[in-house]
Design a protein. Structure first.
Length: 228
């Protein structure tokens, strides 16, 4: 089932998410589509499903996958992650609570912590603290680089802000592909032209951007290819 307004939601493939989040495509596919052979359910609720014969999902789903990767990397079992996400979704009455800034606020963090505790996950949280923040510093980093709208929903993401501060992902720009802020030019296109022309300077001239920006786009693309 495809969303009728992909311009609004963005559209991402398994490979896209694997590169951007830095986990294997096999994990992304399993989290999004489940494990058919063992009749295991997906971890998140996919907005898009299959588009043109390929598994696809939205920007909100992409933001949720970052949380799944964090929990999984911290040793939380997938059945516990699924239970936590389902319970938080119901408690906060948001379709994609982990794609909002609600879970970073005091009340939201408290709800997540308490739900995790009910599901047998206690080592990730400092339940004694007044603001119920996760004890793992990486949790806070999940908020870094994400831009939220007035309603608290994630609307854009700077996926590698230190390496490429001008590369942004916005579901309404180039269907959610990484682009250079201000120009809307996909970083992938810049990197491909630089490779074809044999120089970053040539790509900068063709796209009418500075050499520094072209270099930033190329560095970003090289980095995410290595990360997956």
């Amino acid at each position: 089932m495809a969303d009728p307004d992909l311009v609004r939601t963005g559209i991402y493939s398994v490979t896209d998410a694997a590169e951007l989040i830095g986990v294997s495509p096999q994990k992304i596919r399993a989290w999004v589509a489940g494990w058919p052979r063992t009749v295991t359910a997906p971890v998140l609720e996919n907005d898009l499903g299959w588009v043109d014969g390929r598994l696809a999902f939205s920007f909100a789903n992409l933001m949720e996958l970052r949380f799944i990767a964090f929990f999984e990397g911290a040793g939380v079992k997938l059945r516990e992650i699924r239970a936590i996400m389902d319970d938080v979704r119901e408690e906060l009455r948001r379709p994609h609570p982990f794609a909002t800034n609600t879970v970073f606020k005091t009340d939201g963090a408290k709800i997540v912590a308490e739900i995790a505790h009910r599901n047998g996950v206690t080592d990730l949280y400092d339940l004694r603290s007044k603001n119920f923040e996760m004890s793992v510093v990486v949790y806070r980093s999940l908020k870094d680089g994400v831009v939220y709208d007035p309603q608290g929903d994630a609307r854009a993401w700077f996926p590698r802000r230190k390496l490429a501060p001008n590369v942004i992902i916005h579901p309404r720009l180039a269907f959610g592909r990484p682009v250079l802020k201000g120009s809307g030019i996909p970083t992938e296109a810049i990197a491909e032209v630089a490779q074809a022309e044999g120089s970053i300077e040539a790509a900068a001239i063709i796209f009418e951007i500075s050499t520094n920006r072209a270099q930033e786009a190329v560095s970003f693309e090289e980095h995410i290819r290595r990360a997956a």
